[in-house]
Design a binder for this molecule. Structure first.
Ligand SMILES: Cc1ncc(COP(=O)(O)O)c(C=O)c1O
Length: 475
């Protein structure tokens, strides 16, 4: 990013030149095509990407805003929803829509259950979330003014059912379980939650955004997957993302409800707009036709056999990852992942796991850091089969390097992440992160990173460190 003022070109550039320039923009992006990323991307190779591009391009200009106009898109959407309902063992009463992604699906569930509860006279709505719930639910709580009641996890990193029972009140508008939760890849005890929800007549949403298109096939492969879908009495809705393990183009997810009486509360209808009577099933107005079409195309091209084949690759590779981590002295997996999302941490106070993350980055891997507990995270996709041996080799090397240089845990990215995760002043952390966001979305559009070591970041660490130390000495 330069300091020169960015304005619209006076005269349009040649399309070739534009495309060439665009390629250079990606020079510093994570190298997902070679399996270097462990989140964000579900890449299956160039030929498959081209297929998605073709499918998407065919409907790129069409708009799912008005299903009466683009009946093609309505058909794609209906069929994606029906195929997904079948996959998740729903009957013909199950209904739903396609959304722009997991977050939209989660937000919609919050809105739906809040509005359903309103009809019953619940004025200060609350929803019960596991501590491992995806952050999209916190966003939903904030946007729709529903208080999030957080329930701790048990020793296996599953939502603690006894604590759920205690958290239920007259204001509870929904309970959430994840299948699986993103941080530890563990499926919550959906059957037990379903029994409670059914008995108390409280809606139960299953967030299967990341697991919806993988778990059914993992189960078919013979892995012991706890029931999490519409087979469970009490489950009233499920979100599942086609743009994750459904291998569609980015910008597509589904939200399904057990019946129309529930989905109805998600609908928005306004009859007095001068532009005409307006009805919309989701958060967006315009809905990009390309994403809807590409989701249908992905599911058709993949078929049950394709999903099963990829699930086998993923689970074999995940097993290799877990065994590899457990065989490295000084590392352990967090909990017992049911699927392909693995958190792992250091077993020694002297070896900072974030410093290992920094070393892995130096070896070209794009690594996600988590907190509570501090760990690194890996989301396995089919492409990782080819790089797993190298990843494990680099992991071992990184750990040995940090063991030999313990000061690394107090430097650079490791220091920032370590400090930020431990600091008790969460408001202070929030304020600083907000400042980073202001920079990123300010006129200069700066890219700021926690792991970056520039003056601003050091200032941030220093400030927090000073406060942290003062807090400790005052106790
Ligand atoms: C369980 C779960 N829910 C929701 C989301 C949010 O999905 P998106 O990033 O598509 O908005 C994710 C993303 O990883 C997830 O893992």
């Amino acid at each position: 990013m330069t300091d020169t003022k960015i304005v619209l070109p006076e005269k349009g550039r040649s399309k070739q030149e534009v495309l060439e320039a665009m390629k250079t923009f990606g020079d510093n992006d994570p190298n997902y095509k070679e399996g270097k990323t462990w989140s964000l991307v579900y890449y299956l190779g160039e030929a498959y990407s081209q297929f998605l591009n073709d499918a998407s391009q065919m409907y790129a200009s069409s708009n799912g805003l008005n299903p009466m106009a683009f009946q093609s898109l309505k058909r794609f959407e209906t069929e994606v929803v029906r195929m997904t309902a079948d996959l998740l063992n729903g009957d013909q009463d199950v209904v739903g829509i396609m959304t722009s992604g997991g977050t939209e699906s989660c937000l919609l569930a919050v809105k739906t259950y809040r509005d359903m509860a309103r009809k019953k006279g619940i004025k200060k709505p609350e929803m019960i979330l596991p501590e491992s719930a995806h952050v999209a639910w916190e966003k939903g709580a904030e946007y729709f003014n529903v208080k999030a009641i957080h329930v701790p996890l048990d020793k296996g990193y599953r939502m603690d059912v006894d604590k759920v029972k205690k958290a239920i009140s007259r204001r509870t508008v929904m309970i959430l379980g994840s299948a699986p939760g993103y941080p530890h890849g563990v499926v919550d005890p959906i059957e037990e939650l379903g029994a409670i929800a059914h008995k108390k007549n409280i809606p139960l949403h299953v967030d299967a955004c990341v697991g919806g298109y993988l778990l059914p096939f993992v189960e078919q492969l013979g892995y012991p997957i706890p029931k999490f879908d519409f087979r469970v009495q009490g489950v009233t809705s499920i979100s599942a993302d086609t743009h994750k393990y459904g291998y569609s183009a980015k910008g597509a997810s589904t939200i399904l409800y057990r019946n129309m009486d529930i989905l109805e509360h998600q609908m928005f209808v306004f009859t007095e707009w001068p532009g005409g009577i307006f009805a919309s099933p989701g958060l967006l107005g315009t809905r990009p036709g390309g994403n809807i079409a590409a989701a249908w195309a992905a599911m058709q091209a993949m078929g049950k056999n394709g999903y099963l084949e990829n699930a086998k690759k993923i689970m074999d590779t995940t097993r290799q990852l877990i065994q590899g981590i457990e065989s490295i002295e000084g590392l352990e997996v967090v909990g017992k992942p049911d699927m392909s999302l693995v958190g792992y941490r250091s077993t020694s106070k002297k070896i900072g796991i974030y410093a290992i993350g920094d070393q892995m980055e130096k070896r070209g891997w794009h690594i996600d850091r988590q907190q509570k507990p501090e760990c690194l995270h890996a989301m396995v996709t089919p492409l990782h089969q080819e790089v797993m041996a190298q990843y494990l080799c680099d992991l071992k090397e990184s750990l040995e390097y940090v063991r030999a240089n313990p000061k690394l845990s107090l430097q650079g990215g490791a220091a920032t992440y370590g400090m930020v995760s431990k600091v008790p002043f969460r408001k202070m952390v929030k304020k600083n992160v907000l400042n980073m966001m202001r920079e990123m979305y300010g006129p200069a559009g700066k890219v700021v990173d926690f792991g970056e070591s520039n003056d601003k970041q050091n200032g941030f660490i220093e400030k927090i460190a000073r406060l942290f130390l003062r807090f400790k000495s005052e106790r």
